[in-house]
Design a protein around this ligand. Structure first.
Ligand SMILES: Nc1ncnc2c1ncn2[C@@H]1O[C@H](COP(=O)(O)O)[C@@H](OP(=O)(O)O)[C@H]1O
Ligand SMILES: [Mg+2]
Ligand SMILES: [Mg+2]
Ligand SMILES: [Mg+2]
Length: 346
């Protein structure tokens, strides 16, 4: 029906609609309260929301774009569990369809594309948010006891945080063409906003190379250096890379998507994560949007990652990102060579 619209624009428009639906699934699982937490590895968990949102995204995109290569964080699920027909999205965002495709992306074919899907980025924050939604203290305590990875210190910090961590949760769909992220979607299922006088939950941020970004109001970086980094996957090497930045503040938040949003909205200057913990699905969509806004996301050696179908999944040499080249260079110059070698040789 929209065959005259270049593929990359159609795919981005579909991804916006699909991410909105996946966000609703994420909220519905939370409302039901049965999170179905599975431990995939150390500090690495999956919930029913991760599984269902992934099925929704992959099945919806594969049905409309059969020759796309789609790689999702929860891929080991393949063929298990059913895709509820209500999850199959064939809507397509009409506003995105109106975008003028840049000349260099007009001829892109499905075979040139790899879509990287993180159905739920910030799973730690999601599960901790669930805990905090239990208003009854006894219920909350019982749930805490079934969360093996939440220490008492965290539990107390969560209580003081006014249940705020759910905003860190995002749905990420990144579109790479010939190994480079050129378009992407970050959907925030728990973002609270007022649209035309009505309270609305959720928002969707998008970016396309050569066109720009939308779904939020970009803001310049803070006056002094503010670093954003992990709040749930730190270690001594990660901390060492923060120390050298001479930052006025360190913003510890969940998810790669939410951290890049902190850069785009002017709350932080640089995202530093000197750890091999992030994977290609964590950074593809954020990198596409950040670079469409004039920013840069690389490893901590300053090299770009490649996002082809056969690359290794982990971002072995960490993440270094900023809203502009100056801030990126500022950070890169400060990372000690020894630290770069530590990650490169791991
Ligand atoms: N040490 C580690 N082990 C497993 N996953 C890690 C990790 N460090 C980072 N990640 C993944 O990278 C993403 C961002 O992490 P963080 O919030 O700590 O910055 C999260 O994605 P998911 O929540 O999609 O799994 C998280 O799981
Ligand atoms: Mg995960
Ligand atoms: Mg993730
Ligand atoms: Mg995830």
């Amino acid at each position: 029906m929209y065959g005259s619209v270049p593929l990359i624009v159609r795919l981005l428009a579909s991804s916006v609609s699909v991410a909105n639906r996946a966000g609703k699934i994420v909220r519905d699982v939370m409302s039901k309260g049965e999170l179905g937490i599975v431990e995939k590895g150390k500090d690495d968990y999956q919930t029913e929301a991760d599984r269902s949102a992934q099925r929704c995204i992959v099945a919806s995109l594969a049905a409309q774009y059969p020759n796309l290569k789609i790689i999702g964080e929860e891929d080991s699920l393949e063929d298990e569990g059913e895709v509820v027909s209500d999850w199959l999205v064939n809507e397509i965002d009409k506003e995105i369809l109106k975008l003028q495709c840049p000349p260099n992306l007009q001829e892109v074919k499905e075979e040139d594309i790899v879509v990287w899907v993180d159905p739920l980025d910030g799973t730690s924050e999601y599960t901790q948010g669930a805990l905090m939604l239990k208003r009854d203290p006894w219920e909350r305590w019982k749930m805490y006891l079934t969360h093996p990875f939440i220490s008492m210190k965290w539990y107390l910090s969560l209580l003081q945080n006014n249940y705020g961590f759910l905003e860190h949760v995002t749905v990420l769909i990144g579109i790479a063409v010939n190994e480079t992220p050129v378009a992407g979607v970050i959907h925030q299922p728990y973002y609270k906003n007022i649209v035309e006088g009505d309270k609305k939950i959720g928002r969707t941020i998008w970016g396309l190379h050569g066109v720009g970004v939308g779904g939020f109001t970009p803001a310049p970086p803070p006056e002094s250096i503010v670093i954003t980094t992990t709040r749930s996957h730190s270690n001594p090497v990660v901390e060492e890379a923060l120390k050298v930045m001479n930052a006025s503040k360190v913003l510890r938040v969940g998810g790669a998507g939410y951290k890049v949003l902190q850069l785009l909205e002017g709350n932080a200057s640089i995202y530093v994560f000197a750890s091999p913990g992030c994977k290609k699905w964590d950074t593809c969509a954020p990198e596409a949007i950040l670079s469409a806004a004039g920013g840069k996301l690389t490893d901590i050696l300053g090299n770009f990652y490649k996002y082809g179908a056969n690359v290794t999944k982990p971002n072995k040499t960490g993440v270094l990102a900023a809203v502009n080249n100056e801030l990126h260079s500022y950070a890169l110059e400060r990372i000690p060579e020894k630290l770069q070698e530590t990650l490169a040789n791991k």
